[in-house]
Design a binder for this molecule. Structure first.
Ligand code: MOS
Length: 718
């Protein structure tokens, strides 16, 4: 057999679709040329609580090109809205325009359909809405007495846990800390705007929808419009980023599909960048109260992580900030709780590393604070508190190289020679130089995933086509799926064509929650294994022949095989997590308080790395997010109207290349065959986890200022 070393899993293969993307030939959902397409534009509320009393559409209707204006008065009646939604799920119904109620500023209260996008947008501005306002609530600090513990969420997700006796652990400690961290509202902004093109034929609908999970989008549409799932087709071959905002088909999807049905024409609805600040979810503001204690030797005696956050008035959404505190360290006494209050804001949603991103900022800052109090090296303090057992569920970890990540990162960074316990130890001209580190971990889920492979003998070559409804949200799904085929069928990548993102293909769990890579590739591997074993039977041989020899022997020119993989019972007996460590050097300007990132070392242990190049891209992307979280990203609620003031990249700042400095990414070798047969764990969320803490800890080491409220803007340091 020929060895496909250069295209197998583990090789740094260039993205299979890279050239298509560069040439503009990769078709995103808004780029399908559909005949007779009309364009829709949403109308957003300009109050944050109350009822619509009248909508005057007469002027808007007279404008050139306007086809229809849809409001709650004439909208299609959709299933399931009884004044309160269920706890949001990635496949729950998504009704819109069903009542005159307004729950937040920027809520879609209507949609204008016109011949062109510009005509729709212009007319949308001419719709006059009158409201009966009610007393809104949107300032977190004014409603602290309304915090409650949402029981349903906890029963389902076990977000709240406790073992041992935290108060006693704190009392017995040699040193303790009792501090509160705040992380602000943040927004996810994938490069590709949210979009749908919907087209009906009878009671069947095709939706070209930018989404992370095709099967869930199908279910959402079927349930919302009360049609069988078989009548829904979702197509999304390329997705220009999601970060959690595209896990669900949101209201714009419903509006596009509804509009198309109502006018009997295909309709495109693209959410504008401006609208994306309110229409597609965001990361909620979290207030995290941390109490930690440790004995003289640096063993943790107690860890209490209590989170307060805000959800909307109509849904309960909670980010599990305390999850990382349940599993990262050996905590004999532990308390993790989450509380919510209801505000007139849009519902928050999953955003990259939901829970861990803000939770790790609190935990890993608190660990740093306690290390300084104990006069211990923060890296050694973490190593001392390692555990190979997941205390929160009483299961061993399938693999855990947390200590190795810290040790190797420290060596690469030269931590022992650089870090000094006295803040302000090193000055270069006007720059205060500081060093910080953090540990990280993220659960690595694995879910049932299927694939279909089609083999075709063509001029003495086998051409392979693989089809799954998996999505590539910029992460490299095309490439790692191609590599998996190349490895298990021993066929060069040039002969493999990967087709993704179509609901007519076999089901996968989609891209999200760091489960995509492991799930997709295992499903594809089983399809390959099935192909080989069936071909052997058909060829009446037990020899290890090549695919081409098997097909010839079996007298076949075409052949198909399907495969499905999923977690086994053994998987359920373990906690499967990826781990990491971060080390960073910051320079802080002593006159302006500006923080400059100089050097970052990230070490990850995440099972087999299917493609170091695409994996590196994921981690770099995650670190960039973490830098934004640490230094710039912050959405503020306008105190009179309750809208997010930041509505563009001019005022919502994200880091660019020049803000980043040098970044080294290291993956430790690890094949975790408990996690799954491919030995793969997730990295999508690991990259952002604990980045902000490493930076904040370095800022403390540079300046002696402990900034507990993100982002670390200059005025907080001065
Ligand atoms: Mo991720 S927040 O599950 O896309």
């Amino acid at each position: 057999m020929k060895d496909q070393t250069k295209s197998k899993t583990g090789a740094s293969v260039n993205r299979l679709e890279g050239a298509l993307k560069v040439m503009g030939k990769a078709k995103y959902s808004s780029e399908f040329a559909i005949d007779n397409l009309a364009f829709a534009q949403g109308i957003q509320s300009t109050i944050s609580a109350g009822k619509i009393t009248s909508i005057d559409t007469s002027l808007a209707e007279k404008q050139e090109g306007v086809i229809k204006i849809i409001t709650h008065e004439n909208a299609l009646k959709l299933k399931g809205y009884g004044g309160r939604f269920e706890e949001p799920d990635t496949k729950s119904i998504s009704p819109s325009l069903q009542t005159p109620d307004v729950h937040y500023y920027g809520e879609y209260i209507g949609v204008v359909v016109a011949e062109t996008f510009e005509q729709a947008r212009y007319a949308a501005n001419l719709v006059k809405v009158t409201y009966a306002k009610s007393e809104p609530k949107f300032i977190f600090d004014e409603h602290l007495d309304e915090l409650y513990m949402p029981k349903e969420i906890n029963d389902k997700a076990k977000t709240n846990t406790q073992w041992g006796d935290v108060e006693k652990g704190l009392k017995d400690a040699y040193k303790t800390i009792d501090v509160t961290y705040n992380t602000p509202v943040e927004h996810h902004h994938p490069m590709e705007l949210h979009n749908i093109i919907a087209t009906w034929e009878g009671d069947k609908v095709i939706a070209y929808a930018s989404t992370q999970i095709v099967a869930h989008a199908v279910k959402t549409i079927a349930d919302t419009f009360e049609i069988p799932e078989d009548n829904v087709r979702v197509i999304t071959p390329y997705v220009g980023g999601g970060f959690g905002s595209k896990l669900q088909l949101r209201e714009h999807g419903t509006l596009g599909i509804m509009a198309s049905k109502m006018i009997g024409r295909p309709v495109q609805l693209t959410v504008t960048r401006h609208e994306m600040f309110t229409a597609v979810g965001f990361r909620q503001h979290n207030r995290q109260h941390m109490r930690l204690g440790a004995d003289k030797e640096g063993n943790l005696t107690a860890l209490s992580h209590e989170t307060s956050a805000a959800t909307s008035t109509y849904e309960e959404f909670q980010e599990p900030c305390g999850a990382i505190s349940q599993t990262l360290y050996n905590t004999p006494n532990s308390l993790v709780t989450h509380k919510l209050m209801k505000l007139n804001l849009p519902s928050p949603r999953w955003m990259r590393a939901p829970g861990e991103a803000p939770g790790s900022f609190a935990l890993e800052s608190a660990m740093d604070e306690l290390a300084y109090k104990l006069q211990m090296d923060p890296a050694e303090f973490r190593i001392k508190n390692d555990t190979q057992h997941d205390l929160s569920v009483d299961k061993p970890f399938s693999s855990r190289q947390f200590v190795e990540c810290i040790r190797i990162g420290a060596e690469k960074f030269d931590w022992k020679n650089k870090w000094k316990p006295t803040p302000g130890h090193t000055k270069k001209e006007n720059w205060l130089v500081g060093y910080g580190m953090s540990g990280s971990s993220r659960q690595s889920p694995y879910m049932e995933s299927s694939a279909l492979i089609k083999l075709k003998l063509d001029n003495d070559k086998v051409q392979v086509t693989v089809q799954t409804d998996a999505t590539d949200i910029g992460t490299g799904s095309y490439t790692i799926i191609g590599q998996t085929i190349s490895e298990y069928l021993d066929i060069p990548l040039e002969q493999i064509s990967v087709e993704l993102g179509d609901s007519k293909f076999p089901k996968t769990p989609g891209s999200g929650g760091s489960w995509g890579a492991a799930s997709y590739t295992n499903g594809v591997k089983v399809a390959c294994d099935n192909a080989i074993s069936t071909l052997k039977t058909l060829a009446s041989t037990s020899e290890d022949l090549s695919v081409i020899e098997l097909m010839k022997k079996a007298d076949l020119t075409e052949f198909e095989a399907k495969g499905t993989a999923g977690p086994t019972e053994e998987f359920e007996n373990y906690s499967v997590y990826s781990f990491g460590a971060n080390f960073c050097e910051v320079w802080v300007d002593e006159y302006s308080g500006m923080v400059r990132l100089e050097h970052f070392v990230n070490v990850g242990s995440a099972g087999k790395i299917l493609n170091p190049k695409t994996a590196y891209g994921q981690i770099i992307g995650g670190i960039t997010w973490g830098v934004g979280q640490a230094l710039t990203e912050h959405s503020q609620v306008e105190p009179n109207h309750g809208n997010f003031i930041t509505r563009s990249f001019a005022d919502y700042h994200v880091p660019v290349n020049l803000d980043l400095g040098k970044i080294d990414v290291i993956f430790l070798p690890e094949d975790d065959y408990i996690a799954n047969p491919m030995g793969v764990k997730g990295i999508g969320e690991l990259g952002i986890t604990s980045i902000a803490a490493a930076i904040a800890n370095a800022v403390f080491n540079a300046t002696g200022k402990r900034v507990r409220d993100l982002p670390i803007t200059p005025e907080k340091i001065m």
